[in-house]
Structures are given as structure tokens and as C-alpha cells.
Ligand binder design. Structure first.
Ligand code: ATP
Length: 211
């Protein structure tokens, strides 16, 4: 049987239940063998995050402590330079071999700007792309991403059959939660409790993050 691995990248500043539910639901819907959260070191396309790389990693470690279904892949934090998804997929492909089915998972907001990513045109040679709905975002209807979608869209059955190359769009429950909003809530003196795990909220308070 072909190994199936989902990877879900992000800044996770902080990791919240929108991320965790999304990763778990994709893993379950696609019957993936493994799902890894991959925090990026220096996001090439967004302003510097509020927490340091070590703090973001600590929050992920806390959030995933009792969660056997989801794993953590720290490789991008260990690179001492901007992290590119393309490099991560090349490394994973070399580690897992040509047969493994790699699933690069992202919300619709990330998919809409995929054409700004490093070597974006080669990502589908390395992995499938799994796109999930996010409140306020829709699939692109025109432009280069709409064309890419039209050419490569397939259904979930392709994942165990093919190692890479398909775009699969999944319907999921929508959780209108963003890290931006959580940072703003904390800065305003409000509690983000229940949007992040209690352990993560305790860590945010201990470290006086986002103030
Ligand atoms: P920020 O608000 O700081 O941009 P974020 O909440 O969007 O943060 P990221 O770490 O930037 O979190 O996102 C990582 C991935 O998670 C992206 O692909 C994004 O689309 C997805 N994502 C984040 N929150 C949700 C959510 N509530 N529903 C669906 N997808 C989400």
C-alpha cells in the first residue's frame, strides 16, 4: 500500500482550534496514514509574526501533547533561512520515495495566493494540493489559479492511487477563527479561551505574548 502523508504548513502564531480541526478532519476524510503540522521559520509572504519561532513551536507542542492523531514536523524552523514549501516537499519526497502520496493541505486563502509561492508551478509534481473552505474565501473563478484548478481538480479517491498531481477541494465545517483575531483579542485584554487550547492560553499568559 502507498503511504499517505498530509502536511499542513502555517505560521501558527498562535495555533488555534481552526487549525487543529482542519488538520484532523482532512486526515479523517482522506484516511491519511499521517498528518503533520509544519510551522514555518520566516514566512516569505507576510509580516513578521508576534511570537518567536521557539514560542510558536512551544505552543504547537503544548496543543499537540495529547493528540496522537496529529504530528509535528520542525524541519522549517531548523533551516536558518526563509522556509519554502517547495524545499520541504523535495525533502519529504527524498525521504519517503516516489510511491508515497503527499498531500499539501491549505485553506482557500492560501490557495488563492499560491502563485506567489517559491517554485509554485512545480508543487504539483511533488504533492497533491488539498484545499479546504475558509469563511470569507471562495475558490478563484478567473486567473492563473482558476486555470490550475480546472486542469488538476480531482476527487479524493485519487489520493491512494497517485503520488502527486491532483487538487482536491474538501467541504468541511467552517470555524471563523484566525490567529490575527486571537492576537487582537489578547492585545485588547480579552480572553481567547476556547479558541485555543487551555495549555496554549496559559503559555500566552506566562510569556506575555501579543500584548
Ligand atoms: P493569521 O491570521 O495570522 O494569518 P491564520 O489563522 O490564517 O493566521 P496561519 O498559520 O496563517 O493561520 O494558517 C495556516 C493555514 O491554516 C492556512 O492554510 C490557512 O488557510 C489555514 N487556516 C487557518 N485558520 C483556518 C480556519 N479557521 N479555517 C480553515 N483554514 C484555516
Amino acid at each position: 500500500m502507498r503511504k499517505t502523508l498530509g502536511i499542513f504548513g502555517g505560521t501558527f502564531d498562535p495555533v488555534h482550534i481552526g487549525h487543529l480541526r482542519m488538520a484532523l478532519e482532512i486526515k479523517q476524510q482522506l484516511h491519511l496514514d499521517e498528518m503533520r503540522l509544519v510551522p514555518c521559520y520566516l514566512p516569505p509572504h507576510r509580516p513578521a509574526p508576534g511570537a518567536t519561532a521557539a514560542q510558536r513551536l512551544a505552543m504547537l507542542t503544548i496543543a499537540l501533547r495529547d493528540c496522537a492523531e496529529l504530528g509535528l514536523d520542525e524541519r522549517e524552523l531548523q533551516r536558518n533561512r526563509p522556509s519554502y514549501t517547495y524545499d520541504t516537499l523535495c525533502e519529504l519526497r527524498a525521504e519517503l520515495g516516489e510511491q508515497a502520496s503527499l498531500c499539501l493541505c491549505m485553506g482557500m486563502d492560501s490557495f488563492a495566493t499560491l502563485d506567489t509561492w517559491h517554485n509554485w508551478g512545480q508543487l504539483l509534481q511533488l504533492a497533491h494540493i488539498i484545499v479546504v473552505a475558509r469563511p470569507g474565501w471562495f475558490l478563484p473563478e478567473s486567473g492563473v489559479m482558476a486555470e490550475l484548478l480546472q486542469m488538476h481538480r480531482n476527487n479524493a479517491e485519487v489520493i491512494p492511487q497517485q503520488a502527486a498531481g491532483a487538487i482536491v477541494v474538501l467541504e468541511q465545517r467552517l470555524l471563523p477563527i484566525s490567529a490575527t483575531d486571537i492576537r487582537a483579542q489578547v492585545q485588547a485584554g480579552n480572553s481567547p479561551r476556547f479558541l485555543v487550547s487551555d495549555g496554549v492560553w496559559n503559555y500566552i499568559r506566562d510569556q506575555q505574548l501579543y500584548q
